[in-house]
Design a protein around this ligand. Structure first.
Ligand SMILES: [Zn+2]
Length: 115
Protein backbone atom coordinates (compact mmCIF):
# COMPACT_ATOMS: atom_id res chain seq x y z
CA UNK A 1 0.00 0.00 0.00
CA UNK A 2 1.23 3.46 -0.84
CA UNK A 3 2.26 5.61 2.15
CA UNK A 4 1.32 9.27 2.49
CA UNK A 5 2.12 12.01 4.99
CA UNK A 6 -0.66 12.72 7.53
CA UNK A 7 -1.47 16.04 5.90
CA UNK A 8 -1.42 14.61 2.42
CA UNK A 9 -3.66 11.63 3.22
CA UNK A 10 -6.27 13.96 4.77
CA UNK A 11 -6.15 16.12 1.64
CA UNK A 12 -6.47 13.06 -0.59
CA UNK A 13 -9.46 11.83 1.42
CA UNK A 14 -11.08 15.30 1.23
CA UNK A 15 -10.62 15.39 -2.55
CA UNK A 16 -11.88 11.84 -3.07
CA UNK A 17 -14.91 11.97 -0.78
CA UNK A 18 -15.74 15.66 -1.35
CA UNK A 19 -15.51 15.23 -5.12
CA UNK A 20 -17.85 12.25 -4.98
CA UNK A 21 -20.56 14.00 -2.95
CA UNK A 22 -20.28 17.29 -4.87
CA UNK A 23 -20.85 15.49 -8.17
CA UNK A 24 -24.19 13.92 -7.22
CA UNK A 25 -27.74 15.33 -7.22
CA UNK A 26 -29.11 16.56 -3.89
CA UNK A 27 -30.12 13.62 -1.68
CA UNK A 28 -32.94 15.66 -0.16
CA UNK A 29 -34.76 17.38 -3.06
CA UNK A 30 -33.15 15.32 -5.87
CA UNK A 31 -32.37 18.45 -7.91
CA UNK A 32 -29.37 18.06 -10.15
CA UNK A 33 -27.96 21.44 -9.09
CA UNK A 34 -24.47 21.76 -7.63
CA UNK A 35 -24.29 19.95 -4.30
CA UNK A 36 -22.25 20.39 -1.14
CA UNK A 37 -20.54 17.62 0.72
CA UNK A 38 -22.72 17.84 3.83
CA UNK A 39 -21.91 16.18 7.13
CA UNK A 40 -24.17 14.99 9.93
CA UNK A 41 -21.36 15.20 12.52
CA UNK A 42 -19.00 18.10 11.97
CA UNK A 43 -16.07 17.47 9.65
CA UNK A 44 -13.75 18.49 12.48
CA UNK A 45 -14.08 14.94 13.92
CA UNK A 46 -11.63 12.73 12.04
CA UNK A 47 -13.23 9.44 13.16
CA UNK A 48 -16.30 10.18 11.00
CA UNK A 49 -15.17 12.94 8.63
CA UNK A 50 -14.92 10.78 5.50
CA UNK A 51 -17.40 7.99 6.31
CA UNK A 52 -20.31 7.52 3.91
CA UNK A 53 -22.61 7.16 6.95
CA UNK A 54 -21.75 10.78 7.80
CA UNK A 55 -22.19 12.29 4.36
CA UNK A 56 -24.92 13.55 2.07
CA UNK A 57 -25.00 15.47 -1.16
CA UNK A 58 -27.12 18.53 -0.45
CA UNK A 59 -27.87 21.52 -2.67
CA UNK A 60 -27.29 24.93 -1.06
CA UNK A 61 -30.90 25.45 -0.06
CA UNK A 62 -31.29 21.95 1.46
CA UNK A 63 -27.94 22.34 3.25
CA UNK A 64 -29.21 25.60 4.77
CA UNK A 65 -32.51 23.89 5.70
CA UNK A 66 -30.54 21.11 7.47
CA UNK A 67 -28.61 23.66 9.54
CA UNK A 68 -31.68 25.77 10.29
CA UNK A 69 -33.90 22.78 11.19
CA UNK A 70 -31.66 20.13 12.81
CA UNK A 71 -34.62 18.22 14.29
CA UNK A 72 -36.36 17.96 10.91
CA UNK A 73 -33.06 16.97 9.30
CA UNK A 74 -32.63 14.19 11.89
CA UNK A 75 -36.21 12.97 11.25
CA UNK A 76 -35.53 12.97 7.49
CA UNK A 77 -32.35 10.91 8.02
CA UNK A 78 -34.31 8.37 10.10
CA UNK A 79 -36.88 8.04 7.31
CA UNK A 80 -34.44 8.14 4.41
CA UNK A 81 -31.73 5.94 5.99
CA UNK A 82 -33.08 3.99 8.96
CA UNK A 83 -30.35 2.96 11.41
CA UNK A 84 -27.79 5.32 9.98
CA UNK A 85 -27.59 7.64 12.96
CA UNK A 86 -26.92 4.73 15.32
CA UNK A 87 -24.24 3.36 13.00
CA UNK A 88 -22.66 6.80 12.78
CA UNK A 89 -22.70 7.16 16.57
CA UNK A 90 -20.88 3.82 16.95
CA UNK A 91 -18.16 4.96 14.52
CA UNK A 92 -17.96 8.32 16.29
CA UNK A 93 -17.50 6.74 19.74
CA UNK A 94 -14.15 5.07 19.06
CA UNK A 95 -11.70 5.95 21.78
CA UNK A 96 -8.34 5.33 20.11
CA UNK A 97 -6.55 8.23 18.43
CA UNK A 98 -6.83 8.31 14.64
CA UNK A 99 -3.63 6.91 13.13
CA UNK A 100 -2.21 7.58 9.69
CA UNK A 101 -2.36 3.86 8.81
CA UNK A 102 -6.12 3.90 9.49
CA UNK A 103 -6.53 6.92 7.18
CA UNK A 104 -4.51 5.19 4.46
CA UNK A 105 -6.63 2.05 4.76
CA UNK A 106 -9.81 4.13 4.65
CA UNK A 107 -8.56 5.93 1.53
CA UNK A 108 -7.88 2.66 -0.30
CA UNK A 109 -11.30 1.29 0.73
CA UNK A 110 -13.20 4.44 -0.28
CA UNK A 111 -11.34 4.66 -3.59
CA UNK A 112 -13.03 1.36 -4.52
CA UNK A 113 -16.41 2.14 -2.94
CA UNK A 114 -16.93 5.63 -4.34
CA UNK A 115 -16.31 4.89 -8.02
ZN1 LIG B 1 -31.76 20.05 -2.34
Amino acid sequence: MKRYSSKSIKGKLDRLVGGFYRSRPCDHCRKDSPSCWAHIKSRRYLSTRWLPTNAFSLCNSCHRWAHDHPDSFTQWIDLYCPGRLKELQRAFNISEPIKKAWLEELYEKLKLELQ
